[in-house]
Design a protein around this ligand. Structure first.
Ligand code: APR
Length: 315
């Protein structure tokens, strides 16, 4: 059986890590407009293969014809933010890039699943779906897996437990209004809030600690941007997109938070928002709804309003 083909549009920081992760697992093509750079990165990765013991090649490309036959396309083309910028500040320049990229995908990989990472995520994935005209089950954004991983990291550190045992989900838009779902955060089924209350023997203190973790999660991308001084996070976004890719290519039916086009689910119609989805061989196979409590609903509504404002500004 032929190996699946993963096309990576954008060969920068995230694209480079994606190429390495892809090479270790499947077959990939790394595309960028910069000549030589994707070829250089993929040559470098190929030359690591005898050491890391993998046979799979990844090719570099500057022509969209090279992505023909791709099963999954992951898009990171676009500028990252600089310290002090919000993701939304990138909308003008990245919309132009996304328009070119979506046309390239439409013409060359019409049957592919598309995972968008470029920011501002909720707007870029909207544009990508509009231009490609692909069914919404095939065009999705990567945000929730990363935001949830960040939330889980902070919980694990706070409680002194393995990240492997932490379950935590973040919904809503991929901006500072994102919605970490505190009520269901747990360590192997044990509620995080109860663990915090026992740790501090004080309900108010537990709430305060959780509020700080929620705030840190919402600003986690900016925290990395500030520390790097030049560019934004790239290891964790790449890993998160690969988890989504594997869920699709291996038909894993994983329930992951995905930026998906809603058609009435969670009371939203016609906008891309982060919600729990089942990802399998047919892409987004199901949007999984559950009841939000009053506080979560208020945060979700606020996040959706921010997404609407951003997306409507492109019209
Ligand atoms: N087509 C293809 N690639 C493009 C195009 C285009 N029209 N325009 C720019 N690129 C490429 C750049 O040449 C660069 O190599 O996109 C790449 C982006 O890489 P980086 O600048 O290193 O950015 P990165 O950190 O990978 O982030 C990419 O993902 O998380 C978001 O906010 C982030 O929007 C940013 C994107």
């Amino acid at each position: 059986m032929a190996r699946p083909k993963i096309a990576l549009i954008g060969g920068g920081q995230i694209g480079g890590v994606l190429a390495q992760l892809t090479a270790l697992r499947e077959l990939g093509v790394l595309f960028d407009i910069v000549e030589g750079m994707p070829q250089g990165k993929t040559l470098d990765i190929a030359e690591a293969s005898p050491v890391d013991n993998f046979d799979v090649a990844v090719e570099g490309a500057n022509s969209y014809s090279e992505i023909k036959g791709a099963n999954v396309v992951i898009v990171t083309a676009g500028l990252p933010r600089k310290p002090g910028m919000s993701r939304d500040d990138l909308i003008g320049v990245n919309s132009k890039i996304m328009t070119q990229v979506a046309e390239g995908i439409k013409a060359n990989a019409p049957d592919a699943f598309v995972i968008v990472i470029s920011n501002p995520l909720d707007a870029m994935v909207t544009l990508c779906q509009k231009i490609t005209g692909f069914p919404s089950s095939r065009v999705m954004g990567m945000a929730g897996v990363l935001d949830s991983a960040r939330f889980a990291t902070f919980i694990a550190w706070e409680l002194g437990v393995s990240v492997k045992d932490v379950n935590a989900m973040v919904l809503g838009g991929h901006g500072d209004t994102m919605v970490p779902i505190v009520r269901y955060a747990n360590v192997n089924g044990v509620p995080v809030m109860e663990l915090l209350e026992r740790k501090y023997n004080d309900k108010a203190k537990a709430k305060e600690v959780m509020a700080a973790m929620v705030k840190r999660t919402q600003g986690a991308g900016g925290e990395v941007v500030k520390l790097l001084g030049n560019g934004s996070a790239f290891y964790s976004p790449a890993s998160s997109a690969i988890a989504m890719t594997e869920a699709i290519l291996r038909d894993q039916k994983r329930l992951l938070p995905v930026c998906a086009l809603l058609n009435g689910e969670f009371g939203v119609k016609g906008y891309y928002v982060g919600v729990p989805c089942v990802l399998g061989a047919n892409g987004i196979e199901k949007i999984v709804e559950f009841s939000l409590d009053a506080e979560e609903q208020a945060m979700f509504d606020n996040s959706v309003a921010a997404v609407k404002e951003l997306v409507d500004s492109m019209k």
